[in-house]
Design a protein around this ligand. Structure first.
Ligand code: 9D3
Length: 247
């Protein structure tokens, strides 16, 4: 899968993408990521990418012409992209489902916003406008990295264990169960006996119950959409009952 990312801070993107699972996938050629400096698509001596808003008001707006030229250059080199994504606080919320959808495309462009955002006419060339959540960031670079990371995990060969991608908590709709590794005790904090018992049926049930219990406590909103098997439905009823007793 191919990504083109347009930004005024290319180093911020390049350093992040050189690490870990994504870095290895790029080395192997499973992912192809090109980072474009928006200033390379300016035509003035000072490489200016922003300007004051028509109508007045605070802040600066990203000029449309460098962005149009960047998109034309990408299309000339790679062919018309299947998606042009603008990161913006006005976007629809980026979700795991959206990540899965986008991973089916061969070629995606990500435009990173800065300042107060893009000139409205850029939206004519955009297929999706995405926000990563309700908090205010300084620009679209971290959101673009978030989108790329979540989409790339779905691309076959990027994550070693294909199973883990499919089984992911948010695809299943529950939070993960607790995890422990060695040592068995530290500062008098012990690993639950059941995990060291070797009883795999018991371990599986313990993990299910813990995942349900955490989800009920921390993210009850997820339970509405979760796909639970009969055993989980019964455990959930039990957990809700126990909380009712307690409160
Ligand atoms: C909504 C805030 N705007 C009102 C004056 C100003 C503004 C704040 C921050 C405009 C742009 C930005 C930069 N943020 C992004 O470009 C951004 C973002 C975010 O801030 N939060 C969550 N997702 C995203 S995607 C891009």
């Amino acid at each position: 899968m191919t990504f083109d990312i347009v930004t005024i801070f290319p180093a911020m993107i390049e350093h992040a993408l050189a690490q870990g699972i994504i870095g290895r996938a790029i080395e192997r050629g499973t992912l192809d990521v090109k980072v474009h400096d928006l200033r390379d698509f300016t035509t003035d001596r000072h490489r200016v990418v922003d300007d004051v808003p028509y109508g007045g008001g605070p802040g600066m707006v990203l000029k449309p012409d460098p962005i149009f030229r960047a998109l034309d250059a990408i299309a000339a080199k790679r062919g018309a992209p299947l998606a042009v994504i603008m990161t913006s606080p006005q976007g629809t919320r980026f979700t795991q489902a959206k990540a899965g959808q986008l991973s089916g495309l061969e070629h995606v462009v990500l435009l990173c916003g800065r300042y107060e955002g893009f000139d409205e006419r850029v939206r004519e060339r955009v297929t999706e406008e995405l926000s990563i959540g309700d908090y205010v960031l300084t620009g679209g670079e971290l959101p673009a990295l978030v989108v790329l990371d979540a989409v790339a995990r779905f691309v076959p060969g990027v994550v070693g264990d294909e199973q883990s991608v499919v089984q992911d908590s948010f695809s299943r709709g529950l939070l993960d169960h607790p995890q422990y590794t060695r040592p068995p005790e530290i500062d008098a904090l012990r690993v639950p006996d059941v995990l060291m018992s070797g009883n795999h049926a018991e371990i599986r049930r313990w993990r299910k119950r813990e995942a349900l219990s955490r989800t009920l406590d921390r993210r009850p909103d997820l339970l509405d959409a979760a796909s639970l098997d009969d055993e989980e439905v019964q455990m959930l009823r039990q957990l809700k009952g126990a909380r009712h007793e307690r409160d």
